[in-house]
Design a protein around this ligand. Structure first.
Ligand SMILES: *Cc1c(COP(=O)(O)O)cnc(C)c1O
Length: 459
């Protein structure tokens, strides 16, 4: 049974307040460290435990279930290590993400490679390591054919095929992956595709998994469940035609949404697992192993971007807090505020929650374009110079997804535990980027590269 979600939410908000105050008191946040990311270790552990418990409650005893965290959501080695310790594997989609998972100590048997554009070298490495691979399309399957054929020994990698059930999108186009024209997987409803997929399995005894990820934020629960139901039905058909249990594992992807408008997490893993058990009962009867790939729903709630208010001003009757968090840490929110709104919390200069009354104001970032706003026209306790603005629920797809506009440095990220007896303890997850590092990654080692480049004839 999951803990009461309202209690959970209240405790999480309390830990966050403690962490903001602790970060100011301990100097992690201040005039010279004007923006940081904070990660709630207790919260991450609880979400991992809730995910495991939700599926354990509906799956037949002994069903192999691998919960593989979608690394793209929070690509930080210490986070992957924490999740690994909590029994969660890794879903990776690039050589960089695979390297992060390996650096975190994840065994290859708990790593899954999905990516829409894997090179032959990446596929070969994955097969050499025994990492599970989901092929995206017929051309990739042909590459796997060649690798399987030429391998000196049978690969340990479980191999699967990603399908797109084409059941439609959610509220955000950019994160909907099961539309008719999505770039991901084999589009099952295209003419001849369904039969092609079945035959592809019958021709390849080593193809044993089906993968469907219907989308991310904005996909309603019933649509997620339908995507899984379609993959399940296809697996049943393949196995019936093969006369054996060829498809032995279903990878149901991630995609559970987070309610960014409220502190209370809904829907929960418990509810999703129950909906799946009702809609696709055969999924959990022990005949299939399961892989999940949740990202946002595991981490979003447990991260907070906190930024100092450098200046407070007003223009045209609107109050504006100019902070150090904008497009560089909240890129999606700044460019698509309608799809990606964030709650903002106001703290005073000592890191204590500010009392009201609420005043309508803009919370702006530091970048040099007028649309760099974390929140526009938001009613909040008035943010004043030296206060702090916190962008909540930013533990996934935010502060580890830096956008280098204006050469703004990547903030430091600190994990915290705020539930111990001795106040708040912090650990560095990622050092803040230095200005020297910004110069180095901006071609600093090649200052004269262009001025000394001769014309073709002058060499
Ligand atoms: C992004 C992605 C996920 C994770 O999605 P969330 O919405 O963060 O849970 C899982 N699987 C695949 C293939 C993805 O591309």
């Amino acid at each position: 049974m999951e803990r009461d979600i309202e209690t959970e939410a209240r405790e999480r908000a309390g830990r966050r307040d403690d962490a903001v105050r602790g970060a100011v008191e301990q100097g992690l946040l201040g005039p010279d460290a004007a923006v940081v990311g904070l990660l709630d270790v207790t919260g991450i552990r609880r979400s991992a435990a809730a995910l495991r418990a939700a599926f354990d409650a509906v799956a037949a005893p002994g069903t192999p279930v691998l919960h593989a965290f979608a690394v793209k959501a929070t690509p930080l080695v210490p986070v992957l290590r924490l999740l690994h310790e909590a029994g969660i594997g890794a879903e990776v989609a690039s050589p960089g993400e695979l390297a992060l998972a390996r650096a975190a100590g994840l065994p290859t048997s708990r790593t899954v490679l999905d990516a829409p554009a894997k090179t032959p070298a990446e596929l070969r490495e994955a097969l050499d390591l025994g990492i599970a691979v989901n092929a995206d399309n017929p051309q990739e399957l042909a590459r796997l054919d060649a690798l399987v054929r030429s391998a000196p020994a049978p690969t340990r990698s479980p191999l699967g095929l990603r399908v797109n059930p084409q059941i439609g999108g959610g509220t955000i186009g950019a994160t909907s992956t099961a539309t008719a024209t999505s770039k991901f997987g084999v589009a099952l409803r295209d003419e001849g595709a369904h039969e092609w997929v079945v035959q592809a399995f019958l021709d390849r005894p080593w193809l044993t998994r089906l993968h469907a990820h219907t989308g991310s934020q904005g996909i309603p629960l019933p649509l997620l469940a339908r995507g899984v139901a379609e993959a399940y039905a296809l697996a049943e058909e393949i196995n019936a035609r093969a006369g054996r249990r060829q498809v032995d594992t279903l990878d149901i992807g991630g995609g559970l949404s987070v309610d960014f408008a409220s502190e209370v997490a809904a829907p929960t893993y418990e509810r999703y697992a129950r909906v799946l058990a009702e809609e696709v009962p055969g999924l959990f009867d022990g005949r299939y192993g399961l892989v999940t790939e949740f990202g946002r729903s595991l981490l979003a709630r447990h991260g907070t971007v906190v930024a100092r208010v450098e200046y407070a001003k007003s223009a045209g009757g609107r109050r504006i807090a100019v902070t150090h968090a904008g497009v560089q840490v909240a890129t999606r929110t700044v460019y698509a505020p309608g799809a990606w709104p964030l709650r903002i919390a106001a703290y005073d200069a000592k890191g204590h929650p500010k009392p009201g009354p609420d005043v309508v104001q803009d919370v702006a970032g530091p970048a040099c374009f007028s649309g760099d706003l974390l929140a526009e026209g938001r009613a909040l306790p008035l943010l004043e110079q030296g206060d702090y603005a916190a962008a909540l629920d930013t533990g996934a797809y935010y502060f580890a997804h830096h956008y280098a506009y204006n050469s703004l440095a990547r903030p430091g990220i600190y994990g915290f535990r705020a539930d111990g007896p001795g106040g708040v303890a912090f650990a560095t997850v990622r050092e803040p980027q230095t200005v020297a590092q910004v110069v180095a990654e901006s071609g600093g080692a090649h200052t004269d590269a262009l001025t000394t480049l001769g014309t073709p004839g002058s060499r």
